[in-house]
Design a protein around this ligand. Structure first.
Ligand code: NI
Length: 138
């Protein structure tokens, strides 16, 4: 862990008041904790904007397995980039619907591409890519 540094921030009063209200609602203990989280969020998002950063994340999808050849398509997309898909968990929610969560790891551009292909596959009802990083730089 690196050393802790203190720094001052110049900010207008209205903005600071709004921030204080927000962090109270979100139950932060103090401004420092809240600001650290904002900076981390910004850094994570910056890594994902760049296509060649090493990132990790999860892709969650909900689909009806009766929908045409969706099962085959989803498996095909995952095999195309099998090195990026570390793990997959599949739950049968009811007679029709499946929930699948993929843990993904690799270059941000490639992971975004896998997520786009899965989320727009015919028959996928809902899904989300959760973007994070390994954490060394945070
Ligand atoms: Ni299923």
């Amino acid at each position: 862990m690196s050393e802790i540094t203190r720094f001052g921030v110049s900010i207008n009063e209205n903005l600071l008041n709004a921030f204080d209200e927000l962090i109270e609602k979100e139950k932060y203990n103090n401004r420092s904790d809240a600001i650290r989280d904002l900076i981390r969020e910004k850094l994570v998002m910056a890594s994902w904007k760049d296509d060649d950063k090493d990132v990790v994340g999860t892709i969650t999808i909900i689909y009806d397995h009766h929908s045409s050849d969706i099962t085959e398509n989803l498996v095909h997309i995952q095999h195309d980039d099998y090195k990026s898909v570390i793990s997959t968990t599949h739950i049968h929610l009811d007679e029709h619907n499946c929930l699948e969560v993929l843990i993904v790891n690799g270059k941000s551009g490639k992971i975004k591409n896998i997520a786009e292909n899965l989320l727009r596959a015919k028959g996928v009802k809902h899904g989300k890519l959760t973007m994070t990083v390994k954490g060394d730089e945070l």
